[in-house]
Every structure is written in structure tokens, then in C-alpha cells.
Ligand binder design. Structure first.
Ligand SMILES: Cc1cc2nc3c(=O)[nH]c(=O)nc-3n(C[C@H](O)[C@H](O)[C@H](O)COP(=O)(O)OP(=O)(O)OC[C@H]3O[C@@H](n4cnc5c(N)ncnc54)[C@H](O)[C@@H]3O)c2cc1C
Length: 393
């Protein structure tokens, strides 16, 4: 079995395959010199409770289950984690109905929440201001890079680093052969595509048309120079269409408080700054009709996000809605990440996790947040599909 991608999803899949079918030979091909160098190593480190997601969706089911499993996994293997809980705070009247709707959604997803009035917010976060809030007790933070490393070791798979897959040859009678940029050829009976920001390109290398394209969105962070202002996690009431947007305050396992991520278009799939531009990636994004349709639909959001990306003052102003004490001087630029967001031809952002089978192949085509939280159940799901494909190959 060949797995492309040594992020948390690929490694969790390798781990699940060797657990479900001991003796199966698994090779993971990762283009970087080590695991978790992209989304898995550049995120907020939050083990999400699952409160935001549509009941019954893969996101809701796998996040709720995955959060509990992730904490157990970290405990068992001695990986840094902390169950800090999270406050979701309404700062405007118009947010109150959405806050109440979240309480309901939490209950439907089996997540206990506590409703708080303005005065009770200080019990958890003395410096945070709002009209009302909810406290979610199960939200945690953990070291996803350490989790990925541990999954790699525990899987017993052969992990080849520095192995960028550039060609895939799939024959019904002979299996799959992949060629790496260095010229090595690696063979397997089934290919599992967990290539994150490049998953649509890898799918097309197999000859399968994924019907989505990855549009990369950079998420930028600041670090709070006075981390004592925040005890745990403080999030605004999300817009149901874009739960990942808005100023999030997260005290990580490093004890620092990270503020972000925002979402601005990245000019390369691995475009970690405005200066990283890759014409080939840009041309691919521009050639997909869904990109323009998405742009026409959501440009208003984009303008606000861009303003906060280029103006620290605008960002600080947004933070002050939750944390009035913050000044521009308190904000220090931190390491950004890039999200792999799948977009359909009609411009719809794929909301749920998306996993598709082809002949001798399984493709993970949309695994955005909370896929790190949900990586253990996602890995089992992908492994089950890969073993079924293997059985029928
Ligand atoms: C800014 C940001 C904040 C986030 N915050 C959270 C959070 O708090 N909690 C949470 O649960 N989730 C969060 N997420 C989402 C989470 O990080 C991702 O869902 C998860 O890491 C996806 O893992 P992955 O293995 O699919 O992708 P990746 O970690 O990107 O791994 C894909 C791997 O494939 C490799 N690859 C690509 N192409 C090839 C090729 N051709 N050959 C060989 N290797 C290849 C890449 O090098 C990479 O290592 C966040 C994401 C971002 C960007």
C-alpha cells in the first residue's frame, strides 16, 4: 500500500492500515525531509470539541469522537496536551441568536456547554468582555507534530522522506507505480492520496478527475506579548458559513497566546507570505471556474480579511472587541499556515471532509480544520476504504 503525504492524515491512515490488517506493507512517501511540515505543523493546535459542525456530518462525528481519542492518544504516549476549555463570546447583539443556536447544536452533537451572562465571563477570563458567552469544557490544545511523529513510529510503515511523487502509473492488472522527483520508482497495489495542499494535483496524476480544486488560503497569526491577558481559548461567535474566520485567542501548549488565523488568498500552495508567488499555482487556481464564482460570492469577507492582513492597526482593533486591553504593540507576528480548501466548479467551498475512491486509489480531497483533531477516525475511514479497494483489486 502506498500512502502519499506524511501529514497527520497520511500517517494516521498508515497507522490504521497496519492495525486493521497486520502484516500489510505500507510505504509513506513524503516530499519534505520530515513529517508534518505543512498544515499539520502550522496550525492552532486546538483539539476542537465539534460544536460548530452540522449534526450528522463527517466533521461533527469525527471531531467529537476524534477529540476524545486524541486526548487518550496523547495521554498514552506522553504527548503534551491540556484540556483548557473554550469560551465563545458574543460582543454584538446581532450575535446572540447565533450563540443560542450554537448551544442547541452543541447539545445535538452531544457536547455539554454552559451558558454565561456578561458578568460570568470574568470567572473564566477576567480580561475578556462580551454580552454573553458559552463555555465548552472539552476543547483542548495539543502538539499535533508530536502526534504525527508518534503515529509514524507506531505504524511500522516504511516512511520515505524527500520523496516527492511526480508521476503515477496505474494499471488495473499490475497495480500502481509512482516515480519520485529523484527518479526512484516505488510500487504498490493501492495508492492512498493524503497530499493536503496538493491532493487535487496528485489525484489528477493518477488519471482520476477530483471535480474539486484546492484553493490555498493563508492563515496569519500574531503572538500576544502579554500572554497573561488570556487564560485559555477565547473565540468569537462564528459565522456559520465560515466558522474558521474571526479573531481567535488560543493559549497553546507552549503557554504562548496566538491570535488568528485570518484567511487571505495565498499566492502559492505553500505561500507562507505575500512574497511567495508561484505562477504555476496561480494559473491553476485562476483556470478553475469555481475560484471566480467563489470570489464573486464572498468578496466582502475577503476585503475585511485583507485589511486586517496588511494593517496591524485594523487587526488590533478587531482583537479589542474581545480583549479591550490589547494595543498594537502587544501583537508580534508569528508563523503562518496555509489551508487546503477544496472548491467545487460552481464556486461552493466544500464544507465536509471529502474522501473518494478510484480504481486502486483512495483520495482525501478535503481535510481542513478540524481534520487534525479528527485524524484518528479519518485515518480509520480511509484505511477501511483502502483495504476494501485492495480486496477487490
Ligand atoms: C492556519 C491553520 C490552522 C488550523 N488549526 C487547526 C486546529 O486548531 N485544529 C485542527 O484540528 N485543525 C486545524 N487546522 C487543520 C489541520 O491542520 C489540517 O486539517 C490537517 O493538518 C491536515 O492534515 P493533512 O495530513 O491532510 O495535510 P498536511 O499536513 O498538509 O500533509 C500533507 C503532506 O503531503 C505532502 N505532499 C504533498 N504533495 C506531495 C507529493 N507530490 N509527494 C509527496 N508528498 C507530498 C506534503 O509535504 C505534506 O507533508 C488548521 C489548518 C491551518 C492551515
Amino acid at each position: 500500500m502506498l500512502v502519499i503525504g506524511g501529514g497527520i492524515v497520511g500517517l494516521s491512515t498508515a497507522y490504521a492500515i497496519t492495525r486493521a490488517a497486520p502484516g500489510t506493507r505500507v510505504t509513506v512517501l513524503e516530499k519534505e525531509p520530515g513529517p508534518a511540515r505543512h498544515q499539520t505543523g502550522r496550525n492552532s493546535g486546538v483539539v476542537h470539541s465539534g460544536i460548530y459542525y452540522r449534526p450528522g456530518s463527517l466533521k461533527a462525528r469525527y471531531a467529537v469522537r476524534g477529540a476524545a481519542e486524541m486526548i487518550k492518544f496523547c495521554t498514552e504516549y506522553g504527548i503534551a496536551h491540556a484540556v483548557t476549555g473554550k469560551l465563545i463570546v458574543a460582543t454584538g447583539r446581532e450575535e446572540l441568536p447565533r450563540l443560542h443556536a450554537l448551544v442547541q447544536r452543541g447539545r445535538e452533537n452531544g457536547i455539554p456547554v454552559r451558558e454565561l451572562g456578561a458578568a460570568q465571563i470574568a470567572e473564566y477570563e477576567p480580561e475578556v468582555r462580551g454580552l454573553a458567552a458559552i463555555h465548552v469544557g472539552t476543547t483542548a490544545v495539543c502538539d499535533f507534530v508530536a502526534v504525527a511523529r508518534r503515529l509514524a513510529e507506531a505504524s511500522g510503515a516504511e516512511i520515505r522522506y524527500g520523496a516527492q511523487v511526480v508521476r503515477i502509473d496505474r494499471r488495473p492488472e499490475r497495480g500502481v507505480a509512482v516515480r519520485t522527483a529523484r527518479g526512484d520508482v516505488v510500487r504498490g497495489r493501492v495508492l492512498v492520496n493524503c497530499a493536503g495542499l496538493h491532493c487535487d494535483e496528485v489525484a489528477r496524476l493518477t488519471g482520476d478527475e477530483p471535480e474539486v480544486r484546492i484553493v490555498p488560503f493563508r492563515g496569519e497569526y500574531y503572538e500576544l506579548a502579554r500572554p497573561e491577558l488570556v487564560r485559555g481559548l477565547v473565540h468569537p461567535v462564528p459565522d456559520p458559513a465560515f466558522p474558521f474566520l474571526g479573531v481567535h485567542l488560543t493559549r497553546g501548549i507552549d503557554r504562548e497566546v496566538h491570535i488568528g488565523p485570518n484567511a487571505v488568498p495565498a499566492l502559492a500552495r505553500e505561500g507562507y507570505g505575500w512574497g511567495v508567488v508561484r505562477p504555476r499555482d496561480l494559473a491553476g487556481t485562476a483556470a478553475w471556474p469555481g475560484t471566480w464564482r467563489m470570489g464573486r460570492r464572498h468578496w466582502r469577507y475577503g476585503v475585511g480579511e485583507l485589511r486586517r492582513s496588511v494593517s496591524k492597526r485594523a487587526f488590533a482593533q478587531a482583537v479589542r472587541r474581545l480583549l479591550p486591553e490589547v494595543t498594537e504593540q502587544d501583537l508580534v507576528r508569528a508563523t503562518p499556515g496555509v489551508r487546503a480548501q477544496a472548491v467545487l466548479r460552481d464556486g461552493t467551498l466544500v464544507d465536509d471532509f471529502l474522501i473518494r475512491e478510484g480504481a486502486r486509489a483512495v483520495h482525501v480531497l478535503n481535510a481542513p480544520s478540524p481534520a487534525a483533531t479528527a485524524s484518528l477516525p479519518i485515518g480509520r475511514d480511509v484505511a477501511r476504504r483502502a483495504l476494501t479497494v485492495l480486496g477487490s483489486a
